[in-house]
Write a protein that binds this ligand. Structure first.
Ligand SMILES: [Zn+2]
Length: 291
């Protein structure tokens, strides 16, 4: 499942192909994504201009001139690719992936600037939905999401408030999209490692009795922001066949300090990275320096 840095990397890859352009033609080859595409999906897009391409947590949000927002999610295996003027052209060398069979090209956007944007999704857990902009805040997919971790409003005070009184582990709390949006297993592990905090620590211990943040909350927020910035800079990780919108691989996986490094030496001390299972997912951490 792509996490926030991967989705942000996709957004940056798609923006030049979509922003400011009109949909000249929308081809839906299979409506059966996570939810069936609306019957009027093509009609509501065709001829409309993409005024901006934004992101909320792991959702891409294309603001349209009609007042609709096209809300898109990659699901488990979704990816976009961009080509220009119908030819494989300039970025063609990235496109010849055997795994991206045309049978899984479910939606194709033909843009007025000559770009073709193709959504491929073998497992069809991805989704596309048109929501009127005025109703976006009530949209069930988005309304329960916590703060954007890279937004200015996300700080130690906010995280401490959300974790105060929580008996769950820090790992579980940070994986909860209502506490902070867009983090998944990889970046939760990496942020906890950078903050030197044990994933097993009770979430409430980053706040005092009045729900004010302590030094742990400050370190944790700094670590979350830093790891996301670093991952976006590196183009997202490339786990599980994730590709950037131009088809090239992200390379943040080479920078993992704890994630997927069971049995390897801790980069910060003489300890060894350990794997445990929390709420059904693998957690990687260093028991020596994460307390
Ligand atoms: Zn260590």
């Amino acid at each position: 499942m792509p996490e926030l840095p991967e989705v942000e990397t996709v957004r940056r890859g798609l923006a030049p192909a979509m922003e400011g352009a009109d949909f000249t033609k929308v081809e839906v080859r299979d409506r059966r994504l996570r939810w069936p595409l609306a019957k009027d999906f093509e009609k509501r897009l065709t001829g409309k201009t993409v005024e901006g391409l934004g992101r909320r947590a792991k959702y891409l949000l294309a603001d349209l001139s009609s007042g609709d927002v096209l809300v898109m999610h990659l699901g488990m295996s979704g990816s976009f690719r961009v080509s220009h003027d119908g030819s494989e052209g300039r970025i063609a060398k990235y496109h010849h992936e055997k795994s991206k069979t045309p049978a899984h090209d479910h939606v194709v956007f033909h843009m007025s600037n000559g770009a073709t944007v193709t959504f491929n999704d073998p497992r069809r857990f991805g989704s596309m939905k048109l929501v009127p902009r005025a109703k976006l805040e009530q949209e069930p997919l988005l309304r329960s999401l916590g703060p954007e971790p890279l937004g200015n409003e996300f700080d130690a005070a906010m995280l401490a408030q959300a974790c105060a009184g929580k008996k769950t582990s820090l790992k579980a709390a940070l994986s909860d999209q209502r506490v902070v949006a867009g983090l998944g297993n990889i970046y939760v592990c990496e942020a906890l490692f950078r903050a030197r905090l044990s994933p097993k620590r009770r979430a409430s211990t980053i706040a005092d009795r009045t729900a004010k943040p302590n030094a742990r909350a400050v370190a944790l927020v700094d670590a979350i922001k830093a790891v996301l910035h670093d991952a976006i800079k590196a183009g997202g990780s490339s786990l599980r066949d994730h590709r950037r919108a131009d088809g090239s691989l992200g390379d943040f996986q080479h920078n993992f300090l704890a994630y997927d490094r069971e049995g390897q030496p801790c980069p910060a001390c003489k300890g060894t990275i350990k794997r445990i299972v929390q709420t059904g997912r693998s957690t990687f951490y260093c028991p020596s320096c994460q307390k």
